[in-house]
Design a protein. Structure first.
Length: 261
């Protein structure tokens, strides 16, 4: 676990945590950050040597990871404080402010569009995918991750997360991509690996529920975290998650690669 001084420094540099996005450097948020980071790591090979547009870059840590493999990265977000933060924290990455409904890049100019944990926030998912298809070169790839509706909001078609407009089951994501003139090259799921499954057992079957029990009904930043739980969450790594094609309906997040026709 980080030292107090390291934690204080990380919090000072972090983008404000609103609940809409995850950010690195906050122990209480580490489960979600590492879960999303694991999906980036799994899909990084598709970015090697490519011109990549990250549509909805959030805090920017993903664009930073992609930049290690890609030839060029453009990080795009609608929120102005976010783009200012990304430009300052991740030098060398081109950053622009724009609406995902109208991507501010030329037609057929991009090798890879990266869209991680964003499509579930959009009102016009089909329109966004049409824009992705427009900016991609023929044979270019869209790489996308999104919560699996079957496990994220299993008991309702209405998302429980107030920032989500429509969550997708595996078959729904597959259909949406094909309707937007993409061929689905890969559709996998993200699951807990052995380390996080051990935490599930330790906390009565679900490390997610253990975290929700702490924060539900609390103001942001005001929850009191039991030290053992916080220590276990802070120790989670990206390697503690697994991305594969087995048991897709039971996955936590969907991980897809689609090729522009």
């Amino acid at each position: 676990m980080s030292t107090p001084s390291a934690e204080a420094s990380a919090r000072a540099d972090a983008l404000h945590l609103t609940g809409e996005r995850t950010v690195p450097g906050i122990p209480e948020e580490n489960y979600w950050f590492r879960r999303h980071e694991a999906a980036y790591v799994a899909l990084l090979p598709y970015c090697t040597g490519a011109t990549v547009l990250e549509a909805g870059c959030g805090e920017g840590y993903g664009a930073g990871l992609i930049a290690r493999r890609a030839e060029r990265v453009l990080a795009l977000d609608y929120d102005q404080p976010t783009t200012v933060h990304v430009a300052a924290r991740y030098p060398g990455i081109a950053v622009a402010r724009g609406n995902l409904a109208y991507l501010p890049v030329a037609t057929a100019s991009i090798d890879v569009v990266a869209n991680f944990q964003v499509i579930e926030h959009l009102w016009d998912q089909g329109g966004f995918l049409a824009e992705c298809r427009r900016v991609l070169r023929p044979g270019g790839r869209l790489i996308v991750t999104t919560p699996n509706r079957l496990t994220f909001t299993p008991d309702s078609d209405t998302p429980l997360n107030p920032y989500h407009t429509r969550e997708l089951a595996p078959s729904e994501l597959d259909e949406l991509l094909r309707e937007a003139d993409f061929d689905v090259e890969l559709l996998h799921g993200l699951h807990h690996g052995p380390g996080v499954r051990a935490l599930d057992e330790r906390y009565g079957g679900s490390i997610i529920d253990a975290q929700l029990d702490v924060v539900m009904g609390q103001l942001p930043g005001q929850a009191v975290w039991p030290e053992p739980l916080l220590g276990d969450i802070a120790a989670i790594r990206a390697e503690d998650f697994a991305v594969h094609g087995d048991d897709l309906d039971a996955s936590l997040d969907l991980v897809a690669v689609a090729v522009a026709r």
